[in-house]
Design a protein around this ligand. Structure first.
Ligand SMILES: NC(=O)c1ccc[n+]([C@@H]2O[C@H](COP(=O)([O-])OP(=O)(O)OC[C@H]3O[C@@H](n4cnc5c(N)ncnc54)[C@H](OP(=O)(O)O)[C@@H]3O)[C@@H](O)[C@H]2O)c1
Length: 324
């Protein structure tokens, strides 16, 4: 099969379209023919092997696993002996290693769910990491309920575009922060108010929020505190690279040191793909309550360009790969 592989860490030139062995599903796995995939910051972190601390798992001098990509949507082509919930021909989406390739294998109990028939593979492939992160941040970390005031910093990115929509599904009053060119798009996702960070500093506006979902991590925690209701929750999902050693893993350290001075809960967490959340997101896509905002679509051979574009940090929603 055709797949994007990488043999050393570096910039997008290390990603090569090669021939690879088609994976063979274990007894509890599905073999999925991938139709579409999508790019996340996680992909270029693996590509660069940064922050370095992740090389403890990914491989010290070179990647242990040459495959790239996680988010996929496709068709089940084969099932292992003990698989009961899926059958050949089912259209599914989820997360699995090697999604920038024509086939992936995934355990039936893990990050895979049926794709609604009225949703395209491109729409579904955009969802897994970004939308599950947004959902777990709002629902599990911040316990958002109807009527809560939620601020989404970075509302126009992969996680942010889903966070705005999911906060509305949860009944929140949503303020999005994005740049001028994305204001209309974020408003169209249901945000009650949008601040253009090029012209307005949300910290100086005098508004307060029960919950802050920060996908950018560009603000000092003291600034977030100024706009957080006493006892509110700020979930910082990501942050600037800030050097190759710790990267965004500096966030939990900053939180640790800030906690004694905080009036409220400041959190960092790592999202976990799981079937239940994917099924819930599938139901929202099916009913039209959530959609994927797709910025650009690239063919498989152009994954290096797609990952380089994503890495620039200004994608409008998601960057999608058309695999088949
Ligand atoms: N903790 C976890 O489990 C987890 C899971 C997924 C992702 N993450 C992290 O979360 C972060 C966001 O991921 P993502 O997929 O949403 O990334 P993304 O799609 O690359 O986000 C880019 C967006 O950020 C916006 N942005 C850039 N500077 C901004 C600023 N100063 N103020 C407001 N918005 C700004 C950009 O809008 P403009 O073009 O308008 O500037 C763009 O739309 C990354 O750091 C990622 O590593 C963490």
């Amino acid at each position: 099969m055709n797949a994007i592989l990488y043999r050393c860490y570096g910039s997008a030139e290390v990603l090569k379209l090669e021939q690879a062995a088609k994976p063979v599903p274990a007894d509890d796995q599905l073999l999925v023919r991938v139709h579409a995939s999508s790019v996340n910051p996680l992909d270029w972190h693996f590509m660069r092997g940064e922050p370095y601390i992740m090389r403890m798992q990914a491989g010290f001098g070179a990647p242990k696993d040459a495959r790239m990509g996680v988010d996929f949507s496709g068709t089940v082509e084969q099932v292992g002996k003990s698989v009961t919930r899926f059958k050949v021909g089912d259209e599914v989406f989820g997360g699995a290693s090697g999604a920038f390739g024509q086939y992936v294998t995934v355990r039936e109990s893990r990050g895979v769910a049926k794709k609604p028939a009225n949703v395209s593979h491109e729409q579904a492939a955009a969802v897994p990491i970004a939308a599950v992160t947004a959902l777990q941040a709002l629902r599990d970390q911040a316990k958002v309920s109807a009527g809560k005031k939620v601020l989404v910093n970075g509302a126009s990115g992969g996680v942010g575009t889903y966070a705005v929509q999911l906060a509305k599904v949860l009944g929140a009053n949503v303020t999005g922060v994005c740049s001028t060119r994305n204001v209309e798009m974020v408003a169209s996702l249901g945000a009650d108010r949008v601040y253009d960070y090029k012209n307005v500093d949300f910290v100086t506006k005098g508004d307060r929020y029960d919950v802050i979902i920060d996908t950018v991590g560009n603000r000092d925690l003291r600034d977030l505190q100024k706009v957080l209701e006493p006892g509110g929750t700020a979930v910082i999902i990501g942050g600037p690279s800030d050097g190759p050693w710790l990267g965004a893993l500096k966030i939990p350290l900053k939180i640790l040191f800030y906690k004694p001075f905080a009036d409220g809960d400041f959190k960092f967490f790592l999202a976990q793909l799981n079937q239940q959340d994917l099924e819930y997101l599938a139901s929202l896509m099916e009913s039209g309550q959530m959609k994927s905002v797709i910025d650009k679509t690239y063919p498989l051979a152009e994954v290096p360009a797609a990952v380089a574009y994503q890495e620039e940090g200004h994608a409008r929603g998601k960057v999608v790969i058309k695999v088949q």
